[in-house]
Ligand binder design. Structure first.
Ligand code: SPD
Length: 276
């Protein structure tokens, strides 16, 4: 294979490779290695510690699907928090929603925000929106210090390795429960049902013990391991499957639609089996 290739080892035995046109940025921040490369098939791509975070071509799937099922399940998502997500993709979807008044981004690594602003304007374009409040801070600490504040919380984390492990812990979900208002709900990205079965099962059951309503849903993100990606929702009051389809806001999406709001929760039997 001629040319320069980037390979992410997704498990010990599985990898994805993309042919690279150009390396645009490489730095070691206080927390991690941040790289930006331009690829032939997926455009610019942000990597943290060599793991694909987002690409220009498929980012919309992940960012719409981590945000919009939650925002359209809550009848009044005025005050929204994103933990992680320094590229700004989830924030872009949140500020488009007509009922959102304030969106707080709590990202531990300010350099991820800066690099995304410079190289990913299509994704980071709403980080300067007047509704957005940026905290460069530890999301775990912010959750521990916050009570009864947010309508919706999104956990747009990296994979559960190194410093992100705490973002997948039961105590963190308990903290999220307390940081939410009485009718709040949250969504976390929870990896692939093909290669992270134990993690998905554990998280789903933790969330189910804490929240009256727990749901798993799926979307296709081709540059993430196996391409099939899961999200877990925990809700104190509102059930995503009881939403009035006609009330779902049209925010000019490329993946999420009112039909997909419901069908994404329709799990194939092999995934249903993972969560019991
Ligand atoms: N395997 C990578 C999973 C990364 C999920 N979060 C990406 C952040 C994009 N906003």
């Amino acid at each position: 294979m001629k040319g320069l290739w980037f390979t992410e080892l997704q498990t010990n035995n599985l990898a994805i490779s993309l042919k690279v046109k150009e390396t645009l940025h490489l730095e070691k921040s206080e927390f991690q290695e941040i790289s930006m490369v331009d690829t032939y098939d997926f455009g610019r791509m942000l990597l943290l510690d060599g793991i694909i975070m987002t690409t220009i071509k498929d980012e919309f799937v992940y960012h719409e699907m981590i945000s919009l099922p939650a925002l359209n399940t809550h009848p009044s998502p005025k005050n929204v928090l994103v933990i992680g997500g320094g590229d700004g993709g989830a924030i872009r979807e949140i500020v488009k929603h007509p009922k959102v008044e304030k969106a707080t981004l709590c990202e531990i690594d300010g350099q991820v925000i800066e690099v995304s602003k410079k190289y990913l304007p299509e994704i980071s374009c709403s980080l300067n929106d007047p509704k957005v409040n940026i905290l460069v801070a530890d999301g775990i600490k912010h959750i521990q210090e916050t009570k009864n504040t947010y309508d919706v919380i999104l956990v747009d984390s990296t994979d559960p390795i190194g410093p992100a492990v705490g973002l997948f812990a039961k105590e963190f979900y308990q903290g999220i429960f307390e940081a939410l208002k009485d009718d709040g709900l949250f969504v976390a990205q929870t990896e692939s049902p093909w290669v992270n079965e134990d993690l998905i099962s554990r998280i789903y059951n933790d969330v189910k013990r804490i929240f009256p309503i727990a749901k798993l849903y799926l979307a296709n993100v081709p540059t993430y391991p196996t391409g099939l990606w899961s999200f877990t929702m925990g809700s104190k009051k509102y059930d995503p499957l009881k939403v009035d389809k006609g009330q779902i806001a049209d925010t000019n999406t490329k993946y999420y639609t009112p039909d997909i709001h419901f069908s994404a929760f329709n799990l194939p039997p092999f995934v249903q089996k993972i969560i019991g």
